[in-house]
Design a protein around this ligand. Structure first.
Ligand code: AMP
Length: 568
């Protein structure tokens, strides 16, 4: 099907979805609309959130509602209150030009009286969570004798949430000449059993590529020790200052714990999980939807009802056991033509799970290095400078404060002024990341060994490059800045060679070496500070004068970078 109008949908529905910006049916819509308009056979659809499945079952059901019958004709079951509300909202939009079609949502955690009142008025379509639906069936407020369509949406999640018994009871109670539709992102054994017991010879469809967004999503992983998971998460957030994403955790407790830590560490984050009250969940989701929250730490189930299309990142704080859940999570980014990144923080024992996900889906994981303190500081600094350059200055509003401000700042030179303003925001990062350890677990042991052997000659600490927290050292170290980096074909072993060749004294211990693009830092035992500075006096590298200084006061000075534009 190329266009919606070829699907046999009526003009009122076509008008409504055209106003919603739907031009072409998605693959699941293509198949499901045709199925529902042409046959009464049951249907199993393998489809995830974001594939357009609400319209896939919603449009043909709305079209076939008999407006002469004031009874509930379609019952849609879904796992959460949020999804109920979302589906009901979508249905109301689809039926904008069919105002007589009535849809209502019924879900737990909210007044039953209002829902009963809505049912009493007569509704054609009920969207509900299984527990509340069952309560209202028992109270005889929801009548199910005229149900023509029964939809189980996100069936796997309903089972995960413990609705199996409620579903069994509802499925047994609803009239047998209904058409049953079951949608699920995954197909565990329990779903197959439901299909076997309650569906009649169902057709099966899948949305083709299970996750249509996957093409735009890059899959990265970071290998760290389990104890460093949280620190790695913080570094990932810090190196992506404009991150807008969901951090998926396994349990409600872990979700709350990670969110609490992030909030305590000053991140714009909050938790979303089933232990929160409805009110708290609504508040958190609203703040996240409106981008007042940057990081949402959530369980899979709680994040289900959240339809946000502009996420930059999905972070798997833990890998899910089920590859389909991984795909489902990662499909929440890279939507609506945008690109996205799905990140997994794993330890070495979880590598086999990555392989399993790779084997089951067509994605490939790329290993990334947990950024070190210097690159994070660099990223944050340039982000800050960009913000300063691009900020819209409201001259009228600040005019009357300016004389006082100019007066206060009059003793500072232009350079000092820039340094002071930058330091206000930036000092926290410098302090936090000073001497930050390398968190990466290196798998390339051969390379490590080679590097270690070369370093041993020069007292290069064996532990340093294995990613262990701190090299074993005899005493204090001083940190030096040097004006060459990887752009000058410098790497860590060569830097150590160079330092050793200048200092010449083999008893001097070399500590941590950080080679950046345009410059590097290295550590030498503090008692050899002067000797080191002397050793580099008049030194050259490939015909260029070498500049070595103690880095304490100039940690981020970058002689090779373009100078910032002059302020007028
Ligand atoms: P769903 O999978 O039903 O939650 O839909 C995901 C998002 O895609 C929602 O924001 C829908 O409004 C949107 N959507 C659904 N079908 C289409 C379509 N054919 N064209 C454009 N957007 C769509």
């Amino acid at each position: 099907m190329k266009e919606f109008k070829e699907a046999g949908l009526n003009s009122e529905i076509l008008q409504a979805i055209s106003e919603m910006g739907f031009v072409k049916p998605t693959p699941i819509q293509d198949k499901t609309i045709a199925h529902l308009l042409n046959t009464r056979k049951d249907l199993i659809g393998l489809a995830q959130t974001g594939t357009g499945k609400t319209a896939a079952f919603g449009l043909p059901i709305i079209q076939q509602i008999d407006l002469n019958v004031q009874k509930t004709q379609a019952l849609i079951l879904c796992p959460t209150r949020e999804l109920c509300m979302q589906i009901t909202k979508d249905f109301n939009s689809f039926s904008k030009y069919l105002p007589k079609v009535k849809t209502t949502a019924i879900y737990g955690g909210s007044s039953m009286e209002n829902q009963i009142r809505a049912l009493d008025k007569g509704v054609h379509i009920v969207v509900g969570t299984p527990g509340r639906v069952l309560d209202l069936i028992h109270k005889k407020k929801l009548k199910i004798d005229s149900i023509s369509w029964l939809v189980l949406d996100e069936a796997d999640e309903m089972l995960n949430m413990g609705f199996k018994e409620d579903l069994d009871e509802i499925l047994s109670a609803v009239t047998s000449d209904r058409q049953t539709l079951l949608f699920s992102a995954t197909m565990p054994r329990e779903i197959a059993q439901i299909a076997k017991h309650y569906m009649k010879d169902p057709d099966e469809i899948s949305a083709g590529q299970k996750n249509t967004a996957a093409e735009n999503v890059q899959h990265h992983y970071y290998l760290v020790q389990a104890k460093d998971r949280y620190t790695a998460l913080k570094r990932i957030a810090d190196v992506n200052p404009d991150i807008y994403g969901i951090v998926f955790c396994r349990t409600r407790e872990e979700t709350q714990d990670v969110a609490d830590k992030l909030i305590g560490d000053g991140y714009n984050a909050d938790a979303l999980h089933g232990n929160l009250s409805q009110y708290q969940r609504d508040q958190v989701m609203n703040r996240f939807r409106t981008q007042h929250l940057q990081l949402l730490v959530a369980t899979d189930v709680a994040a289900r009802g959240l339809d946000v299309s502009s996420l930059t990142h999905i972070i798997n704080y833990n890998l899910p056991d089920d590859p389909d859940i991984y795909l489902h999570r990662s499909g929440r980014t890279g939507r609506a033509g945008k690109s996205g990144i799905a990140i997994s923080i794993i330890h070495s024992k979880e590598k086999f799970q990555l392989k399993m996900i790779e084997n089951r889906s067509k994605i490939r994981f790329e290993q990334k290095k947990v950024p070190d303190g210097i690159s994070i500081c660099e990223k944050q600094l340039f982000n800050l400078v960009d913000k300063v350059v691009n900020i819209e200055v409201n001259k009228v509003q600040i005019e009357r404060f300016l004389p006082y401000i100019y007066d206060k700042l009059s003793d500072l030179s232009r350079d000092e002024l820039i340094q002071h303003f930058i330091s206000v925001e930036f000092n926290q990062f410098l302090v936090y990341y000073k001497d930050a350890p390398d968190l990466n677990i290196s798998l390339d042991t051969r390379r490590n060994e080679r590097e270690r052997d070369r370093g041993q000659d020069r007292n290069f600490d064996k532990n340093q490059d294995r990613g262990f927290v701190k090299p074993t050292r005899n005493g204090d170290f001083s940190r030096f800045f040097i004006n060459i980096g990887s752009r000058d074909s410098m790497d860590k072993p060569n830097m150590i060679k160079l330092i050793a060749s200048r200092i010449k004294d083999r008893s001097v211990e070399i500590g941590k070496v950080d080679v950046m693009k345009n410059f590097s830092f290295f550590e030498i035992e503090s008692s050899y500070e002067n000797q080191t500075l002397k050793a580099f006096e008049m030194a050259e590298f490939k015909g260029r004068p070498l500049n070595v200084e103690l880095s304490n006061n100039r940690t981020m000075e970058m002689p090779d970078r373009k100078k910032p534009k002059k302020y007028k």
